[in-house]
Design a protein around this ligand. Structure first.
Ligand code: 2AL
Length: 194
């Protein structure tokens, strides 16, 4: 295994940060790249596999844009498949400890591990209604929201039309991806003018 590849610990719920620079990113073999970026889109390593050949990437935004373009190029069934790879928020996988390290960190940060019984029941009920209506789970970038905002959005988005809601879910997948990329790739140095 490549010594510089960041490893996510499955033992903690903290968001893991590494600081690969773009030289390191662009020198990763296909296998190393998929190992490193295989979960920037939840449980969809095929996304990293698809964009690897687009190297070299100028910066994390460039890689993010390639991932976004790949997702946008997929047919509806492929986009819905990506959305379906996401675990429910505060759902069964969280309770049985089966979340990916990234998802667990995000759900913890949004306060979803500490829901009181009333909020947990509401989340469960709305998640089930949402899945029944759209055929895929409700997805939102947990780190950009708190539990109140998530419950509000869940109730609101239930009223969307299916095509509008699929697009909304895909945009949230991209936001989750953006933050996961930032956890892996070093911020470019900021230069101040003297
Ligand atoms: C998730 C997840 O796992 N992380 C995140 O930000 N949102 N899942 C979801 N259903 O929205």
């Amino acid at each position: 295994m490549h010594r510089d590849i960041p490893q996510y610990s499955s033992e903690t719920s903290d968001i893991q940060h590494t600081d690969m620079d773009m030289r390191q990113v662009n020198s990763l073999s296909y296998e190393e790249f998929v190992e490193t970026f295989g979960n920037v889109v939840e449980r969809c390593p095929v996304v990293a596999a698809a964009v690897w050949s687009g190297r070299p990437f100028a910066n994390s935004h460039d890689l993010e844009a390639s991932i976004g373009e790949f997702i946008d190029s997929l047919p509806v069934a492929g986009q819905e498949g990506i959305v379906r790879c996401h675990p429910d928020l505060a759902g069964r996988d969280l309770k049985r400890g089966a979340l990916t390290a990234e998802s667990r960190g995000e759900q913890t940060q949004a306060g979803l591990t500490l829901l009181d019984a009333g909020d947990a029941a509401r989340m469960n009920r709305l998640n089930a209604q949402y899945k029944e209506r759209f055929g895929f789970p409700f997805v939102i970038c947990a780190r950009m929201n708190n539990k109140e905002e998530i419950l509000l959005q869940l109730a609101e988005r239930l009223g969307n039309e299916p095509a509008q809601e699929r697009q909304c879910a895909i945009e949230e997948v991209k936001k989750i991806c953006q933050l996961r990329l930032q956890d892996i790739i070093q911020c470019p140095a900021t230069h101040t003018k003297l």
